[in-house]
Design a protein around this ligand. Sequence first.
Ligand SMILES: *Cc1c(COP(=O)(O)O)cnc(C)c1O
Length: 470
Amino acid sequence: MPETATAPAWAIPGYLEAREGRLFIDGADSAALARDFETPLFVFSERRVRSNVERLKAAARGVNHPVRFFYASKANSTMGLLSVIRDAGIDCEVNSGGELFKALRAGFRPDQIIFNGTSKTGREIDEAVGAGIYSINADSVYEIELIEARARALGKRARVALRLVPEIGTRSHLGLQTALMTSKFGITSSEVLDAFRRALRSPEHLHVTGIHIHVGSQTPDVEPFAAAFKTMWEHLKTIHGESGHALEHINLGGGIPVNYLRDRSQADELPEGEREMLGAELEPTEVLAAALQAARDSARDASAEHLLEGVTILLEPGRSVIADAGVLLTTVRNIKRRPETGDVWLLTDAGFNLLLSMTTYKWYYHVVSATRADAAADEPYKVAGPLCDSGDVYFDIERGGRLPDYRKLPPGVRPGELLALLNTGAYTIAQMFPYNGRPLPAVVLVREGGRPELIRRRDTYEDLLASEVW
Ligand SMILES: *Cc1c(COP(=O)(O)O)cnc(C)c1O
């Protein structure tokens, strides 16, 4: 619970607060930020990013086993944030040549980088092998051979791990589950041992270092992580028994959830499954402890214990590092009351081109008034973005009931009022696009001590033309 009885449920002391009636982000007044930088505007808290990283590191210290964290940069690869994350002391996971380029530019050393992906090009593999990164995670037997061929051509030895797809379901969105046989990712259990044998046949060009499963994003329970770890651990033992080759790491992927429902005032309007998934509280310590326990339960003999001691556990957290460190500020630009329904519509300047998950996965982002942050929010409004597209609404246009039909805000919201969409740091900026000729927004990072710093300027109209040849 918040420290004072009057603090709103969404507040996080020291980071997200209602002061003088306004939303303050790490000591910076959201109204002043909106005035100085215009809206829509993404605002991040450096302190919150660092505390999220610290929570991961504390979990690693807690299990007393070697653990490394590779931040999944697809969640948000804004350079200013990548450098905060690097400085906070964790490593980086990339999914494309572009993300590899950005990670290296942000100052991650090659030995701090993992490259995942289903469709790597020869050029991307060359870049990864050439840089000498920590691990290229091969997604198929074909790709093992491709990596070997490129490494041979470059006269190098690539560090590779194999990505496995076991049949492990989670209670997250189907689009976010990646360990099902129907998922496009990875090598199946029946093929994986042959795949390892294949990779181990080319020791001069492939250094086989690990095994990987990513069960999916926003995974609310510990069991899928434990099951994934157990599967990988058993394969690791088999490979060791067969060839004497000891893998260096087991990579449990990402998926540590974020609680998007700290304010539960509209939680009852979500279907039960969504509510449990979006409101998940799962500590990284629990994930690591359950994984180690699963391995220990499956083999208690001394040689297995010894083998386990030599294995570094990797995690690839994305969302849990960055989602709740970001807020999207948006201004109400238009209002209408429909006589037939009695609905009051608020039209904002933040559409699904900035919040793609709100439309693809009907993701719930809690909305508050930033200028009346401590007022009772009990008035229902239809809320929608600015795009010329009926799907650009803050409710479930397909009537699936996966988002509340109305958003609750203080009475009497008028055009000009500043709203804030909370927990919008992950999978937003990384996916935004200039639909409708809308220049992409600025991003501000509030430094420790409350000083706002522009880390991405707002696009101009000229930027809309920058890549066009005409
Ligand atoms: C997306 C992804 C992640 C990050 O998932 P989060 O839910 O953001 O933690 C990690 N690893 C892989 C392979 C991914 O595809």
